[in-house]
Design a protein around this ligand. Structure first.
Ligand code: BGC
Length: 724
């Protein structure tokens, strides 16, 4: 450890302690501060308290009284910089050592400028846009005095009944890993102490999405092989990208709760990956060890969580209550406490909080909804939406003179915000109606009728919907799920859309007019009764405050859709879990298939149409045989045969067809999105590092490469290479 000049000279007087010296090495500052702290001060650093959302500054005084000035962190505290500054002043001025409080908040897909939900962002396959969206979120949040977001969620999720699939990047390991790193970079930048950067938190460590039957908080069964193959890689990628913190998950992994799991929290994260930031427990996860049947009482829960490797206790106040006793009893050592405190202080120093504990008190106009941010969220929304069907090229609507816009989502702006909107406001959001009114002004007449609500049985609006449909050239029907039907604690037994909406669609379709369905949703939907009744289907997801403009732009042809699914759309709920990179079954042909429905999904992973017509040339490899340390290149030329420029994402897959641990039928290893002008071609290239891209990890997390045949796949082509 490089000692700073001050520390080397032993200059630790109270006037200029090393920890207050911005030029000193962070590790020296951490050590110096830990040395000065009492046990009580140390334990307070290990806690995150909540005060509930307090937007009323005048009430601040009363609330502040409850909070010890030495507290490590606060969640959901205030919506205004003045509120945060007042609280921070208490910490800086009323505590003995003046350790700044770390203000955490769930900034999941934007702060005030709401971006598409993460699942939608993944469908854009545009990592740069995802990085920039996180950068805007960090700017707005930090301008409001927030230092730390509980994002990104990088739980590989394969059960769309689970409400939280909206918060992550879909079913694929590599996709989650790439977006994990992009989000971390967007929030933290290269240096977290720079203005407008916040600390990221990878969650929920690890395997939370494997919840049985799509229920929330329930146990999971995850083998060590699957843990390493599927659930850990996105976290490892985030850690490598520099994520300052991680959040331990609620669920039990094969009998051991994630929040008492020494193997994942300490052996993997701290020892193998050398993560030197800290882990915060999820909301009440320490206390819940009792309900999960692991700890006999809350004191034991504290012991288990702390010893497993959770440094900060979120919300349930277990550490503050029980750590002193556990230390007295010798069950937790001071050495362990010091190490936990070090990790938390390290993050605070890296954020530059000791130098800049307060936030500049700017006006809302200066902080939020900046023109560039609005442009970015619209662009990301336009690239996240997925054109699932476009029979007879009904889209774009270039010749329609009168367009009927019906359905519960037609004039609704709120549902585009989705769940987990940090400071999202409905008045910032643009509905499809508003978007289309602007987009088609002077080109087409719009007739609107709601038809029905998102749910319920009231069909009294159907007649009006039929009337406007009959009077139009085409009907745009806005259906789907509401934002609050996804997110935490929002499991659903079926991923269908409510029957009333299906009925509205059928009624409108019976008019014989071309039908375009626009769908909101935070999860893949069961569209088996919707698909036959629609000429075109555009999945909007919950794409943020400019979703209405983006959707209208796709309808008019101003935007050429380029989204592709990051999560399979099952044919029906009964197929779940269904995902692309399954292993081969024991029998082939029609053996083992469903006898009552198709065994194919409605829309597979990677599906998504464009207004351009892309043609893939021949897949070529730079060699037929390679040695383990040789780089292999795969190339494919893609031609845009249409009159329209468009963006095409090429997905590269690999397969190890025979292996001593069987491998999935295909695994995504690289993707690239490029703009191809009308009539032009471009070459996509996948640079294959055999160990990284063809090899795999065993159940101890050791990566190795078997000799033998491997398959490289793109589009519907596959070629083999021999690794000697
Ligand atoms: C959720 C986390 C979230 C935390 C704080 C928990 O209930 O599982 O994802 O970050 O609350 O709001």
């Amino acid at each position: 450890m490089a000692l700073s000049m001050m520390a080397a000279w032993g200059c630790t007087s109270e006037q200029s302690p090393v920890y207050k010296d911005a030029s000193a090495d962070i590790e020296d500052r951490v050590e110096d501060l830990v040395d000065r702290m009492t046990l009580e001060e140390k334990i307070l650093q290990l806690n995150q308290y909540t005060l509930g959302v307090n937007t009323v500054e005048n009430n601040l005084g009363e609330v502040v009284k409850d909070i010890p000035a030495e507290i490590g962190s606060l969640i959901y505290f205030s919506d205004v910089p003045t509120g945060r500054n007042a609280m921070q002043r208490k910490a800086m001025e009323e505590s003995r050592l003046g350790i700044p409080i770390l203000f955490g908040h769930d900034v999941i897909h934007g702060y005030r400028t709401t971006f598409p939900i993460p699942l939608a962002q993944a469908c854009s396959w545009n990592l740069e846009l995802a990085r920039k969206a996180s950068e805007v979120a960090a700017q707005e949040a930090s301008d409001c005095g927030i230092h730390w977001t509980f994002s990104p969620m990088v739980d590989v999720a394969r059960d769309p009944r689970w409400g939280r699939v909206m918060e992550g990047y879909g079913e694929d390991v590599y996709t989650n890993a790439m977006f994990s790193a992009a989000a971390v970079k967007g929030y933290q930048g290269e240096d977290m102490s720079e203005k407008n950067r916040i600390a990221a938190c990878l969650k929920h460590y690890v395997g939370y999405a494997a919840s049985e039957a799509g229920r929330d908080y329930v146990p999971t069964e995850i083998s060590d092989q699957t843990l390493w193959d599927t659930y850990l890689p996105p976290f490892e990628a985030g850690v490598k990208a520099g994520a300052a913190t991680l959040m331990s998950a609620f669920h039990t992994i094969s009998g051991i709760p994630a929040s008492a799991n020494h193997y994942i929290l300490t052996e993997v994260l701290k020892e193998k990956w050398q993560h030197d930031g800290f882990v915060v427990s999820d909301w009440g996860a320490v206390e819940q060890l009792v309900y999960q049947g692991m700890a006999e009482d809350k004191k034991e829960a504290t012991l288990l969580a702390f010893n497993a490797g959770i440094e900060m206790d979120m919300a349930d106040r277990m550490y503050i209550k029980y750590l002193p006793e556990l230390i007295d009893e010798g069950k937790v050592s001071i050495k362990q406490v010091d190490e936990a405190v070090r990790r938390i202080l390290r993050v605070k120093f890296r954020l530059g909080l000791f130098e800049n504990p307060y936030v500049e008190e700017k006006s809302e106009e200066e902080m939020y909804l900046l023109p560039k941010s609005l442009e970015l969220t619209e662009q990301q929304a336009s690239e996240s939406m997925v054109l699932l069907k476009n029979e007879g090229n009904v889209l774009p609507l270039e010749n329609a003179r009168t367009i009927a816009l019906v359905g519960p989502g037609a004039t609704d702006a709120a549902e585009h915000l989705g769940n987990w909107g940090a400071r999202a406001r409905v008045e910032d959001a643009v509905s499809v109606f508003q978007g289309m009114s602007k987009e088609f002004a002077g080109k087409a007449n719009l007739l609107t009728a709601k038809g029905c609500e998102f749910d319920g049985e009231d069909k009294s609006g159907f007649a009006e919907a039929v009337r406007v449909a009959k009077a139009s050239d085409v009907v745009v029907v806005c259906l789907g799920h509401r934002g609050c039907w996804s997110g935490e604690n929002q499991s659903r037994s079926t991923i269908e859309i409510p029957a009333i909406q299906e009925e509205l669609l059928a009624t409108v379709e019976a008019t014989g007019k071309p039908v375009v369905v626009l769908l909101t949703g935070g999860r893949p939907l069961d569209l088996r009764r919707v698909e036959p009744k629609a000429d075109a289907i555009l999945m909007l997801w919950h794409s943020g405050i400019r979703a209405g403009y983006a959707a209208a732009g796709i309808l008019s042809g101003r935007y050429n859709p380029s989204g592709k699914l990051a999560m399979t759309f099952p044919y029906s709920t009964g197929q779940i879990p269904i995902y692309y990179n399954r292993r081969n079954p024991a029998r082939t042909g029609d053996q083992g298939l469903y006898r009552d429905i198709t065994s194919e999904p409605m829309y597979p992973f990677g599906h998504g149409l464009s207004y351009s017509d892309f043609e893939y040339g021949k897949l070529t490899l730079s060699a037929e045989k390679i040695s383990a340390n040789e780089t292999l290149y795969a190339e494919v030329e893609v031609k845009n045969n249409s009159q329209r420029e468009g963006m095409e994402t090429v997905h590269w897959y690999v397969c190890d067809p025979y292996s001593h641990i069987t491998r999935p039928v295909k695994e995504l290893k690289f993707f690239e999105k490029k703009l191809i002008k009308a009539g032009e071609s471009t070459v996509y290239r996948f640079e294959i590092d055999p160990l990284r891209d063809l090899g795999f990890v065993n159940k101890k997390g050791e990566r190795y490469l078997d000799k033998g045949e491997y398959q490289i796949m793109v589009g519907d082509q596959m070629v083999s290479v021999l690794v000697e």
